[in-house]
Design a protein around this ligand. Sequence first.
Ligand code: 5RP
Length: 308
Amino acid sequence: MADKDNIKEGKDFGIGIPQENKPFHVKGAGALDWGMQNRLGRIFNPESGRTVMLAFDHGYFQGPTSGLERMDLTIVPLMQHADVLMCTRGALRSIVPASINKPVVLRCSGGQSILSELSNETIAVDIDDAIRLNVAAITTQIYIGAEYEHKSIANLIKLIDSGNGYGIPTMAVTGVGTDMKRDQRYFLLATRIAAELGAHYVKSYYFDKGFENVCASCPVPIVIAGGQKLPELEALTMAYKAIDQGAAGVDMGRNIFQADSPVAMIQAVRAVVHQNMRPKKALDLYQTLLAEEKKKSKRQTARAKRRK
Ligand code: 5RP
């Protein structure tokens, strides 16, 4: 029973101080319900408004690609440096420590492989399971102009409706089929379709000439995928240009986990995304961290030899 003794009556009502209604920091999300905003607020840092998502969902159609052969050894050490983890439920349950305090964006599509038509995906996770996994957002891919365009858009619509029922936002991934050109026309179309259908944010690729138009015309935040592995300076330059032109972050995989030092690379990417660090300075940071890591590993090897 509640304690009724010595109840102190309220007396400090802050008369004259208007209650503040702070605008929500995520683009296009000002009118969303509390749960949606709270989850999006875990993904997009309230100070910078941006995010560094670590993507390691590639295995759902590619198998154990380079850098993801042993995710327990290669990905787990990177997690502390990411704002958000993007993965499949299989990786989440088997590899990601449940004690990790990071928001998860769950890959909810599947059903095809690199050996078949990429756009032929289906929804591969029930919303009940996404809730059970306590995820911050769910995601599927749309393939505009591809063979299974309609099916992939229908997947997105279904996922958005399921997530809306529980306050879970949806990130739409604009998947590029093998025959499609990564240009302004494609991404203007794909990102806008995704947002108009109700996606809460959209993953695109960066491209030269017109990327800022994609960010401007999409009413919700855009994050970029890293794409195929590039030399570190090029990857950092791509991230810098994307942020400079209006992207709200990166959802990067191979350019992080296939780098010589993934731990150094994710920290350099963070500096670009959250501090607007210029690419050359970010490369210096990468190289300094890489050199420190090498020194540390040399010391450890020497110590191990001495112990033998
Ligand atoms: C695969 C994905 C990946 O998460 C995405 O491509 C990001 O990874 P990368 O930076 O390696 O391109 O959505 O379909």
